[in-house]
Design a protein around this ligand. Structure first.
Ligand code: TK8
Length: 338
């Protein structure tokens, strides 16, 4: 019996290279464990897209890519995950482009207020040469930017009072993303901007460390901010992208076939995610109302006042090294509008 085992073992060892040689292309795809971190809950639009991406990768790799999603920032905040990717301790993540400014400063350009009028313009700019160029800029920094997903147009919530005009923001401690463009913008509006990681936001709202925050309605729903925030103001002040990232260290070790699976799965996830997020977004306002939020829309006149008020933020951004990237994105938006 032992002899038989040895013999079969030997036979397998002898046959293995032959078998592998006959399936040369399949051999280029290895079993890969991919840890994919994200900040929102599993039931959010972000969580659904992560699940879609995992299934897509599994399908396209014949089950060899085993991507596991870690939601609720269980692998860390956006910034902590970016660093884990750079160091090679984690393979993939999705997070806000806004939190990338410490790595590639130009990403801050997306955070300038009232840049895009609608999702269509955003898609064209993000998926076109402009968006592509910013993704490429990550390569020198240890990251691979695969695709943009939609986080969405951001709106204001707070626990103090309805915001119907800019002055109503006065003195409100407002959590913003860790990004100078946001801090500058909301301080101009008279709020007291407090930069904080998303992973700490719910508790900060609950304990009153901050009075308010701003995020798309889908996130206000999925993160249950309605439990700790009374007022929702539809302001759509910034269109916020998410970005799907891979560790460059890890990515560089993939075969051409594997890279192709990853890239194509990412593009498929982008199409799924945007459609799903937009569908969900259309339902969220009604949901939040039912949960007891008091909701108002800012009037066009008030939005114009806000636009006027943040004009100097654009000049400041340009003066602090952003002039070229600002010119480029404005040209890309103008082209998208034609
Ligand atoms: C989730 C964040 C979130 C963003 C924020 O990790 O921080 O407010 O909108 O989506 O990236």
């Amino acid at each position: 019996f032992r002899k038989l085992l040895l013999a079969t073992g030997l036979a397998a060892a002898l046959l293995a290279p032959v078998a592998a040689a006959t399936t040369a292309s399949a051999q280029e795809v290895k079993t890969r464990i991919i840890r994919f971190g994200y900040g929102l809950s599993e039931s959010s639009n972000q969580g659904r897209a992560v699940k879609f991406l995992a299934e897509e990768m599994s399908k396209r790799s014949g089950g060899k890519f085993k991507m596991k999603g870690f939601g609720d920032a269980s692998l860390g905040s956006d910034i902590q995950m970016q660093n884990a990717l750079i160091g090679g301790a984690q393979e993939m993540m999705v997070g806000s482009t806004a939190t990338l400014v410490g790595i590639v400063k130009d990403f801050g350009v997306y955070d300038l207020p009232f840049l895009f009028n609608n999702e269509k313009e955003a898609d064209a700019v993000l998926d076109g040469p402009f968006g592509e160029k910013l993704l490429k800029a990550l390569n020198d920094k240890g990251l691979v930017g695969l695709v943009y997903w939609e986080n969405g147009f951001r709106n204001l919530t707070n626990s103090k009072r309805p915001i119907t005009k800019i002055e109503d923001m006065g003195g409100i401690k407002l959590r913003v993303m860790q990004n100078p463009v946001y801090i500058d913008m909301f301080n101009r509006f008279g709020a007291n901007a407090v930069p904080l990681a998303f992973s700490e936001l719910f508790t900060a709202l609950e304990t009153g460390t901050v009075d308010g925050q701003e995020n798309p309605v889908t996130t206000i729903q999925s993160s249950k901010f309605y439990e700790v925030q009374k007022y929702l103001t539809i302001s759509r002040h910034v269109y916020s992208p998410w970005i799907v990232l891979a560790s460059k260290r890890w990515y560089d070790g993939l075969s051409a076939d594997e890279k192709k699976i990853l890239n194509e799965s990412a593009v498929a996830s982008r199409e799924f995610e945007r459609k799903d997020s937009r569908d969900a977004s259309a339902q969220s306002v009604a949901y939040l109302k039912e949960k007891g939020m008091q909701i108002n829309e800012l009037s066009p006149a008030e939005l114009d006042r806000m636009r006027e008020m943040v004009k100097p933020a654009f000049d400041k951004y340009a003066a602090e090294g952003g002039a070229d990237v600002l010119k480029d994105i404005q040209a890309a938006i103008a082209a998208a509008r034609k």
